[in-house]
Design a protein. Structure first.
Lengths: 301, 63
């Protein structure tokens, strides 16, 4: 797989999104910083790669907890210059819990600062090549992707994975976003990408095949918003399980009731009674092999 | 050769004694290299992980 000189992809898991590191003569840059509970691991990977050098820059593709949870620790450790999507600037400056996604999703992210913003059309210099900033609304209204035309490299974040894309969050709370997902996929299709580096999973070369699967998935979800809601609710609960490793069913039911996005999504799309919803999610995760039940505890697996 | 999937199970914590991740049993080197590793290299890493697990189980059995 051909990356640029000094470029490394740290493929993480699901709790932390992938990190992409560029080490040039002028600067070292990390794109996305993982989840807060994994910050020591992210830092260890970074230190291992940087040696005696510091980290000069952080860039976030979008501000979901799995992409910027390491910002605070890395800023404290390295005083790294941080760039975030322009549309998030006010929310981050004020640390507006209602505008940021963490309270809404029941996830953690420590407060961080930023030094600059990025918007569609901006240019970056990474790995000795020029990159364009592209907007990628859908999964997140303010998400960005980075495109290196010379090498055909696309940092697609959660807009496109090898098999699918991130939950369409705005739709969970009744904000139209399927059209945005489609437009973003069409934008990717218009590029001559030879390698996509997604937010989760391995980098992949067959972008055309990934797009075909993504468009199919989008058609499936858009045909019935209940599908996106059921998927989104399962993903949010699984994320909680990844973080906590296990939860009692009673705990889970209580937590689900308190998480604004889960409550809203249920109210708008499913209208299930709280206990029934918790039981349904637990069963679905077990069926999918994503969890197992042990004496009234849902355990991550 | 089909590349095997990542062994990450989202624990992501290095054991200072073994120098291995508590969750996936890889070294920092192996985790960092995985992102651009060939299918062959990934398979070799997983074989090494498997060997470490078997060795750890064996040692535990003897304790």
């Amino acid at each position: 797989m051909k990356l640029l000189p000094g470029m490394q992809v740290f493929e993480r898991g699901w709790l932390s999104a992938n990190n992409i590191l560029f080490v040039d003569e002028e600067a070292s840059t990390l794109i996305d910083t993982g989840y807060v509970t994994h910050a020591p691991q992210t830092q260890a990977l970074l230190q291992h790669a940087l040696g005696a050098r510091g980290l000069d820059r952080i860039i976030n593709t979008h501000l979901h907890s799995d992409h910027c949870g390491g910002n605070a620790q890395l800023q404290a450790q390295y005083a790294a210059h941080t760039s975030i999507p322009e549309a998030e600037a006010v929310a981050v400056r004020d640390w507006n819990d209602d505008a940021l996604s963490y309270r809404a999703t029941g996830q953690q992210c420590p407060r961080f600062r930023f030094d600059a913003t990025l918007k569609g059309g901006d240019r970056l210099r990474l790995g000795g090549a020029d990159w364009q900033v592209l907007v990628a609304p859908g999964h997140d209204p303010h998400a960005l992707m980075f495109w290196c035309e010379r090498e055909g490299l696309l940092i697609s974040a959660d807009a496109l994975w090898e098999d699918g894309f991130g939950v369409v969050f705005p739709e969970l709370e009744g904000q139209a976003a399927f059209a945005d997902v489609r437009a973003t996929l069409e934008l990717i299709a218009s590029l001559d990408a030879r390698l996509a580096i997604p937010g989760h999973g391995a980098p992949f070369a067959d972008v055309g095949a990934a797009l075909q699967r993504a468009f199919s998935r989008l058609d499936y979800l858009a045909a019935d918003p209940g599908r996106n809601a059921r998927n989104g609710i399962k993903v949010l609960v699984k994320f909680r399980l990844l973080e906590r490793r296990k939860a009692s069913l009673a705990e889970l039911e209580h937590w689900m009731r308190e998480v604004p996005l889960l409550a809203t999504s249920n109210r708008l799309h499913l209208q299930m009674e709280d206990a029934a919803l918790a039981q349904w999610v637990a069963l679905q995760l077990v069926k999918a092999g994503a969890a197992r039940l042990e004496d009234g505890w849902l355990v991550d697996c | 050769m089909q590349a095997p999937p990542s062994p990450c199970i989202n624990v992501c914590r290095m054991d200072p004694h073994s120098g291995l991740c508590v969750g996936c049993q890889r070294t920092l080197d192996e985790i960092a290299a995985w992102g651009s590793a060939s299918a062959e290299r990934k398979t070799l890493i997983l074989q090494e992980v498997d060997r470490r697990r078997r060795q750890a189980a064996h040692q535990e059995g003897q304790a």
